[in-house]
Write a protein that binds this ligand. Structure first.
Ligand SMILES: Nc1nc2c(c(=O)[nH]1)N[C@H]1C(S)=C(S)[C@@H](COP(=O)(O)O)O[C@H]1N2
Ligand SMILES: [Mo]
Length: 197
């Protein structure tokens, strides 16, 4: 009886060590994948390549009453907000940027100026795409911007640490996101408003 019990314990222990081993192998594989992705996704651009992507004006267009063309100068005439300690963290967890001070205008203020065309108060199924000249994109929903704390932290930035932006004239950022890298749109080109069909 006792020997049977010991054999059972031994077998159980053996199965646990096997489990751990497979887990370890899995993590090793996924870590390798992350490094490979990182190299591919975050290309280091030369200054002249970055210049080619710059837009001095961004278009606010789509389902709006007043399509706008926004420049750094026109942003400066709006309600400018100062952001402190803005960290840009990639999906991988890597800190890509750590700005002490940034200046920008709320996306909400820009959209209110352009005025989304709404047919009564139940017409709120819109999505907003922030697009860059390299076609990188970030997407927001109407509710996120106008009826959620997220919207109080989405900005179009025009200054970082007292200097003009390096990667384009303007950057769009959703500062409340868990990882801020994905909805950090450099070389911002347009803000597009679409209605869910
Ligand atoms: N226009 C544009 N914006 C972009 C990207 C991009 O490739 N193009 N990369 C994003 C990613 S994956 C991250 S983590 C942050 C910071 O990336 P960086 O280190 O390439 O600046 O910017 C984001 N914004
Ligand atoms: Mo990233």
């Amino acid at each position: 009886m006792k020997t049977k019990f010991y054999i059972l314990i031994f077998l159980l222990a053996l199965s646990f060590t096997n489990c751990n081993q497979t887990k370890k192998e899995n993590t090793a594989v996924s870590e390798k994948k992350v490094t490979a992705e990182k190299k591919e996704d975050h290309k280091i651009l030369t200054a002249s390549d970055s210049l080619k992507l710059i837009n001095h004006k961004i278009d606010v267009k789509g389902e709006v009453e007043f399509p706008l063309e926004i420049s750094v100068d026109s942003l400066k005439k709006m309600n400018v907000v100062i952001l402190k300690d803005l960290k840009i963290v990639c999906q991988s967890g890597e800190v890509k940027k750590d700005d002490k001070i940034s200046k920008g205008v709320l996306l909400k203020d820009i959209l209110e100026k352009a005025k989304i065309i709404q047919n009564g108060h139940k017409d709120r199924n819109f999505y907003i795409v922030a697009r860059a000249s390299d076609d990188y994109k970030a997407t927001f929903s109407w509710a996120e911007i106008f009826n959620n704390p997220t919207g109080q932290n989405v900005y179009v930035l025009f200054e970082e640490n007292g200097k003009p932006i390096k990667d384009g004239d303007m950057i769009l950022i959703s500062a409340n996101d868990i990882k801020t890298g994905p909805r950090h749109v450099k070389w911002l080109k347009s803000i597009e408003i679409y209605k869910v069909k």
